[in-house]
Design a protein around this ligand. Sequence first.
Ligand code: NAD
Ligand code: WQD
Length: 345
Amino acid sequence: MNRVLVTGGTGYIGSHTVVELMEKGFDVVIIDNLSNSQIEVLDGIAGITGKRPDFEQVDLRDKANTFNVFRKYPDIGSIIHFAAFKAVGESVEKPLEYYHNNINSLIYLLEAMNAFRVNNFVFSSSCTVYGEPDTLPVTENAPIKKASSPYGNTKQICEEILQDALIPNPDFKIISLRYFNPIGAHPSALIGELPVGVPNNLVPFITQTAIGLRDELRVFGNDYNTPDGYGIRDYINVVDLSRAHVIAIERLLENRQKQKFEIFNLGTGKGLSVLEIIQTFERITGKKLKYRVVDRRDGDVEQVYADPSYANNELGWKAEKTLEETLLSAWSWEKYIRSKYNAKG
Ligand code: NAD
Ligand code: WQD
């Protein structure tokens, strides 16, 4: 029962986690419908680990085929559930698609856990559940604020569903990991973040601007009540983040939980401003970034960064990579994918 089902495993964080799991000796099966990722990601994973993970192209909204995966792999002992739609702005345009995908996928997986007696579950949650926090850094006990988008609301609802699902299922064990801002790529540059269309997030927008794919970066506001006026976030390296998932799985499998439902913040504990990110990127790459300050973006919070001490102490996990190496990994990845696409024509 050493196999881990990774939903969304060809996606950004999922693919990096699959690598970390395989390098620790776990068998993996990925479910992904490729709605926001590409099948070539499996080549990248194989290039790093020397082995191709099992892959099932299934939409988790398709209950029958989701159940078939559990039939096909009876050794599934735990699940990491990454698969979801994640674009905040798009969720405002298409709320029902977001509720439908993010919530039904979770419900079918929980039903499958019941039916196939799988008890261990790790959920991808988000710092978005804290909204604009009253105190910084944010601990896991900070109040959940009314979600500012349907996307954020799906994360809140999913966490509630998970807690309710535990009540009649005393064997279930669940860990919810609340990520802050994941950035960067695998140091091999064989996998990374591949946004479809115009990126919403800061770092892919920076690397695409630096490589000439975008004219300029629009910086959303420099009149915040922060030391330099720019918005502040907690940027966490994606490989560091992925390692925490392996530790969470081991904790579940070895019955080391303190409670049946545990929540951990995954961040560095350090808040950095947009300007600091831009300046660091320029310094390490030697490239001048074209950017312009524009109005604040609707729905943005001023500043949010984690208190990761609970994860540090309980999981024995800590963010280790520097901002410099993380931004360099994002840049190496950007150069790699552009050369690949240009070569393909
Ligand atoms: P991603 O879009 O790169 O990966 C998600 C994967 O899930 C994609 O490969 C997509 O094809 C797949 N998927 C979506 N719906 C599916 C369905 N119904 N059936 C099967 N596959 C489906 O996103 P990511 O950045 O890797 O995020 C992974 C998880 O982490 C998500 O749950 C996201 O909400 C959460 N999260 C992400 C961030 C972030 O900034 N990237 C921050 C906090 C939380
Ligand atoms: C970071 C900073 C922007 C783009 C989002 C989701 C959150 C979570 C993580 C999933 C902010 C500024 C950005 C640009 C800019 N995801 N920025 N110009 O908004 O902190 O968090 O991803 O759960 O829920 O909301 O991340 O990368 O979009 O922005 O100035 O073109 O960069 O204003 O200060 P965000 P981001």
